[in-house]
Design a protein around this ligand. Structure first.
Ligand code: PGA
Length: 253
């Protein structure tokens, strides 16, 4: 079964609304045809979602949020709920390692994933080990624990529809490339854990992405790794030439 490759651009805390609009315009011009077998998702800051939704007019690119708050509404100054984002985005990144590290997110990740489903948003859950954890040969354990904790509130039917991004923390924004064999092993571990918790059918259905220092030179190699359904791209997604080339790499893999 061939399935669409998902190419997600995580713009992180870059681009104000005007810059985001220019970037999308240039990306749109740069790409002649989005490969039929690829789906492209842009995750700008919250501020740019509404204007980009109007600019994009639902064509070519889908939108994703970089985070959500897990309650639908209430006295939570400064937060943006999944409920506010519904109908504006198709996807939301949840549990990115930068949120886990800088904002100490842990227990609330399961609640955020659940809030996404409650609001018809597909969560892209990020998991991955740090360098120390890899050096201590704890990668399997870390992935197991993150999956156990973060999917705790879901049914198998929900898990089937979600996306998991394997992002080794040491490879994010570092230019330190994970070897395709390392990605293969980690993704097997992820599907193995899902199979144990939710059954083989679900483990096979769930989309698993790779993320961490992806660029036009390595994108194809990662996309060819067995079990990789797409890429979560950080730095290179801010460069429309590079991101267009990465999207092109998803053709015929
Ligand atoms: P990077 O970021 O591509 O810049 O390494 C990936 C991510 O953080 O999702």
């Amino acid at each position: 079964m061939t399935r669409k490759k998902l190419i997600v651009g995580n713009w992180k805390m870059h681009c104000n609304a005007q810059e985001a609009s220019v970037l999308v315009h240039r990306l749109d011009k740069q790409i002649e045809h989005v490969p039929q077998d690829a789906e492209v998702v842009l995750c700008p800051s919250f501020l740019s979602l509404q204007p980009l939704a109007m600019q994009l007019n639902g064509r070519r690119f889908k939108l994703g949020a970089q985070n959500v708050y897990h309650k639908d509404e209430g006295a939570f100054t400064g937060e943006v709920s999944a409920h506010m984002l519904r109908e504006l985005v198709d996807y939301a990144i949840v549990g990115h390692s930068e949120r886990r590290t800088h904002f100490h997110e842990k227990e609330e990740i399961a609640l955020k994933v659940s809030a996404c489903f409650r609001n018809s948003i597909t969560p892209i859950l990020c998991v991955g080990e740090t360098l120390i954890e890899r050096q201590n040969e704890e990668t399997k354990l870390v992935l197991h624990d993150q999956i156990m904790a973060d999917l705790a509130m879901l049914t198998a039917e929900e898990v089937e529809q979600m996306v998991i991004a394997y992002e080794p923390v040491w490879a994010i924004g570092s230019g330190d490339f994970a070897k395709p064999e390392q990605v293969l092993r980690a993704i097997r571990t992820i599907r193995h854990n899902i199979a144990e918790l939710f059954g083989k059918y679900t483990a096979n259905k769930i989309k698993v992405l790779y993320g961490g220092s992806t660029n036009p030179d390595n994108a194809k190699a990662y996309l060819k790794v067995e079990g990789v359904d797409g890429l979560l791209v950080g730095g290179a997604s801010l460069n429309y030439h590079q991101f267009a080339d990465i999207i092109e790499a998803a053709r015929d893999v």
